[in-house]
Design a protein around this ligand. Structure first.
Ligand code: ATP
Length: 312
């Protein structure tokens, strides 16, 4: 069996870093390029944590990948890692932490174009509430799925939505936020060539045009796609859309906004352990809102978890 998130994070003998972490040491890693970046909130959280007796270090990233590098560094010993950013930054932290012997608790200062994890866990946005939660230290387990053994916290998908994630110009995303996704979806939707996905799901074969392996309940914002799923519980669900012609895509889009996409005609939702996403030609894949190459991709549920700080 392949290493799972838990075994990789907590039981791997080759894991890097000290056996313990310094509980009072807090590292805030902030992505200043994330959508809705809020330096004033960062500053206030830092001051409140320092006033609460914590040894706080704030580090602004200078390049993509830096959060993962810091998390994987053997000298990392903070007891709490606070990510100020969006879902992509949180994903980087998970990937970097997965091989540690003693991972820190995770906390989030939500920003990002659509911080779905913050919505899933109802994480606070105001500095006082964020700092209070970190000082109290109440946690819930944060489970992850694996795409080609790379952790994802929200979803891994192949098809039209991933094409949009691959195709969205960064400058447009920074300028227009969520609207940039809609405009890019319309542009790509008018010219794209559809592909057929073959999904081998725990040994059974399903066919579809778009497949989303979701670790949580929500997708793309506050939109419910898998009512039974939760990032705080082990297990993944697979949402398969059988069609992606413009009319069907509009119908599914509307159902998504209404929180009913899992019940729409032409949509299946199944719990699974392992799914291999194959296709008749390479199809774009995304995890947690960032590009992740093309099919084929193998998506697995994992048994391990990190601890994420949540409010009372
Ligand atoms: N200093 C930086 N410069 C450029 N890219 C960065 C920097 N720091 C982090 N990144 C990258 O930016 C990507 C997106 O960041 P993040 O998720 O925080 O914001 P977002 O894209 O606005 O939010 P969301 O993912 O919720 O839509 C991350 O995957 C990360 O690799």
């Amino acid at each position: 069996m392949k290493p799972m998130f838990k075994s990789a994070a907590l039981q791997d003998d080759t894991a890097a870093g000290p056996q313990t972490v310094q509980d009072d040491r807090i590292l805030i890693m902030a992505n200043p390029t994330s959508g809705g970046y809020r330096p004033s909130v960062l500053d206030e959280v830092r001051k409140r944590l320092s006033a609460g007796g914590k040894d706080v270090c704030l580090r602004l990233t200078r390049h993509a990948g830096e959060i993962g590098e810091v998390c994987a560094d053997p000298s990392f010993d903070a007891g709490v890692l606070v990510i100020a950013g969006g879902d992509g930054s949180i994903n980087e932290a998970l990937a970097g932490l997965q091989f540690r012997k003693a991972p820190p608790k995770i906390a989030v200062i939500p920003s990002g174009t659509a911080n779905v994890l913050a919505l899933e866990l109802k994480l606070p946005k105001k500095a006082k509430a964020i700092a209070d939660a970190i000082l109290e230290g109440r946690t819930q387990p944060l489970h992850a799925g694996l795409a080609n053994d790379h952790p994802f916290v929200l979803m891994a998908s192949a098809g039209f939505d991933a094409e949009v994630v691959h195709g969205i110009p960064l400058a447009l995303k920074r300028r227009l936020g969520k609207l940039a996704y809609v405009l890019t979806a319309i542009k790509i939707g008018l010219s794209r060539q559809t592909s057929n996905l073959q999904l081998t799901v725990d040994g059974n074969v399903l066919h579809g045009k778009l497949a989303v392996a979701t670790n949580g309940r929500l997708y793309g914002g506050p939109f419910e796609v898998a009512p039974e799923a939760s990032v705080t519980r082990e297990g993944l669900q697979l949402l398969v859309l059988e069609k992606d012609d413009p009319l069907s895509s509009m119908r599914f889009g509307l159902a998504l906004l209404l929180g009913r996409v899992h019940r729409a005609r032409g949509v299946r939702l199944v719990p699974f352990q392992e799914a291999v996403f194959g296709s008749d030609r390479p199809v774009a894949v995304q995890i947690d809102g960032d590009p992740f190459g093309v099919t084929p991709v193998t998506v697995r549920s994992s048994t391990g978890h990190l601890e994420i700080i949540v409010p009372h």
